[in-house]
Design a binder for this molecule. Structure first.
Ligand SMILES: Nc1ncnc2c1ncn2[C@@H]1O[C@H](COP(=O)(O)OP(=O)(O)OP(=O)(O)O)[C@@H](O)[C@H]1O
Ligand SMILES: [Mg+2]
Length: 331
């Protein structure tokens, strides 16, 4: 998945450099016509450079003094070219290639021997992955904006902690989890609980942290996912292929609101099983949320799914309880 995105971005760098090369050619043509002195200088520079190369080939023992003299001449001519440009009202770098990133010259990589991704490439990779993930929501819902005050501080049924205390503990536990990512023992997380308890919010917090660490994350609602899978069974096109690649290759797949999808005989169960199973086999992370209780989940999906999902050696089952904070009056 990252490879696909990377390939696409590197192609854009190529296109960008080609566009700039063409723009430079046009600027050069324009200058050659309007400032003949510069055309002369350019010709002389080319001749001098050719002579320098030839001299070195013909006579490997050529004195460094001769080479230095030639180079001095070349740089004097270049200086003269810049002066001429300036005198005619053009910027001094008018005949230089323009790069959008001075660090990597729009190649995406820095370093001569050991190539490393330039920060501009890393940024693009992140943005592109965010696109899969609807970036705006993650600006609003992340660990920094997590507000414990939205949860009632009254004792929750069946727990010694208040809803607020419980959510603070849960937040800390999940922060630990993402700080250890991807080396987590359990790679599936299932949030189960009624509506308005902060499940999606916490999934977003985790998504943002993991994305910021440079991994790929895809967030999708079960409704959208299974609709898309149903449609893709009807037509095999590039977009559907991309969805499939993403489902299996992203570092983290987040399926929100499991149970809200349209049920179409056994298709949903089969698709879900294949996704969970394949990702489990590849050791990849999958986070899910659902309003359904465990018994309802078992009833709705196949036994195979239930045993995959409830296998506590690979799944962290997290229950949400308390008051719906969407309707709560602050206390
Ligand atoms: N920790 C938090 N800090 C600030 N706002 C929060 C927090 N948790 C949830 N909210 C806000 O409360 C509302 C409900 O939360 P959320 O959507 O996460 O609930 P949910 O459990 O996913 O509900 P549903 O099951 O209906 O999808 C949202 O508007 C969300 O932004
Ligand atoms: Mg939700």
């Amino acid at each position: 998945m990252k490879d696909l995105i990377l390939k696409e971005i590197l192609q854009e760098y190529d296109d960008l450099r080609e566009k700039e090369r063409e723009a430079l050619r046009q600027r050069e043509n324009h200058i050659m016509e309007t400032i003949p002195d510069i055309a002369d200088i350019r010709r002389t520079v080319v001749e001098l450079m050719a002579r320098r190369s030839l001299d070195i080939i013909k006579n490997p023992d050529i004195s460094t003094q001769t080479v230095d003299e030639l180079e001095k001449k070349i740089s004097e001519l270049k200086e003269k070219e810049r002066e001429l440009l300036s005198r005619h009202g053009f910027p001094e770098d008018y005949l230089s290639m323009r790069y959008h990133c001075a660090k990597c010259n729009d190649t995406g990589y820095t370093g001569d021997i050991v190539k490393e991704k330039c920060s501009c490439l890393i940024q693009k990779l992140l943005e592109r992955t965010y696109q899969l993930s609807d970036i705006k929501e993650l600006d609003r819902e992340n660990f920094d904006t997590f507000d414990p005050e939205v949860f009632p501080d009254s004792p929750a049924e069946g727990s010694r902690l208040t809803q607020r205390e419980y959510m603070i503990q849960l937040k800390n536990r999940l922060m630990d989890y993402v700080s250890q990512f991807p080396d987590n023992r359990r790679k599936t997380i299932l949030f189960s609980g009624k509506t308005g308890l902060g499940k999606t919010f916490l999934l977003n917090c985790m998504a943002k942290k993991i994305l910021d660490a440079g991994y790929t994350v895809m967030r999708i609602s079960a409704y959208k996912l299974f609709n898309q899978l149903f449609l893709s069974a009807l037509q095999d096109n590039e977009q559907n292929q991309f969805l499939f690649n993403c489902l299996f290759e992203v570092d983290v797949l987040i399926i929100d609101d499991l149970g809200t999808e349209t049920q179409r005989n056994n298709y949903t169960s089969e698709d879900l099983f294949n996704i969970l199973n394949e990702r489990f086999t590849q050791g990849k992370h999958t986070f899910l949320s659902t309003n359904l209780g465990l018994t309802e989940l078992k009833e709705r999906y196949s036994d195979r799914i239930a045993s995959r999902l409830f296998d506590t050696s690979n799944t962290m089952l997290i229950k949400f309880f308390g008051q719906d904070i969407r309707v709560r009056v602050r206390n």
